[in-house]
Design a protein around this ligand. Sequence first.
Ligand code: GLY
Length: 368
Amino acid sequence: METSTDIKRLKVELGKRSYPISIGSGQSAMLIELKERFHQEDRKIAALVDEGLAISSPDFLNEILSDVPTLKIPSGERSKSIELLNKSWNFLASERIDRTGVLFVFGGGVTGDLGGFLAASYLRGIEFIQVPSTLLAMVDSSVGGKTGINLEAGKNLVGAFHQPNQVIIDLNILNTLPKREFSAGMAEIIKYGMLCNRSLYLELVESSKVLSPENPELSGIIYQCCTEKARIVRDDERESSNQGGRALLNLGHTFGHAIEAVAGYGKYLHGEAVAIGLVCAFRLSQKLKLCDDESEDQLIGLLKKYHLPFELKTPLSVESLRNAMMNDKKVQKGNLRFIVMQKIGKALVRDSVDLELVTEVLESVGAH
Ligand code: GLY
């Protein structure tokens, strides 16, 4: 069994729905203990596991799930579909999971979002535990209770807010993560720096180190991101604030989601599309006369350091990208809202942005 070292803990404060996040290496013992506690309470457990994780970390999963009915979910955005959700509902029903049942979800953003929505909708809601397996899921999607699936018309258009009971981040899982996936997670970390943590951004820019799963600094950086996310979710759980609130976490995402949808899911990892989206958000901010004193070279240098794209791999049509943006969840009464930055470390929402500026920004990253 793995031994755990130096576990960092924090809490998402949401009254009765508050829950802990633990971050550290070697958390299988804690997961087994949790499972045994549920079994002692006579509660059934089922698991949803990302197929890629099942291949890369079989020992870790067997140790925890050998006696737990498990459904494997193919890796990739296409799994956030009504077909996979239907299969997952039927899986829980065939295992006779009742309202006291608990779902363990092991995987990245895709399995996490699907599993969360499964838990939100099955029997009108059961408890679930998130065990994120990608850096991106560790710093963002596993925390905060946004769950859902995609439609042809756009990403995450069907879903629910349903908070997990616990988030357990085992850093050992990152050792098996493909380098490209790790880089994609770095895009979300850079996003936190740009939207609310200037010192984190500057630390990443100025450090001579390129972070990797082996770096001892990584757990502190994940902790910082989860702390920011927990604060933002506590203050605006359902993204209803007019002051920005949780919507600010979507910095780079209006552009990023459009790029993913128009390029075809799978061409870009979510974090890669967000990286290009961050460049777009930076340039849009400057066109709006914000972020004047900030260096674009610094941002591009940081993205290059983590092998992240800063322009489109192949050109996409401006019109298609703009249409895809109109399907974004942030569209209200036909008005597209953009998250921009006043400066690095301070994001804000802008309504009624001139679409000519958006076109210029899209062209600057290679759209035509
Ligand atoms: N990933 C954005 C949010 O959780 O609100």
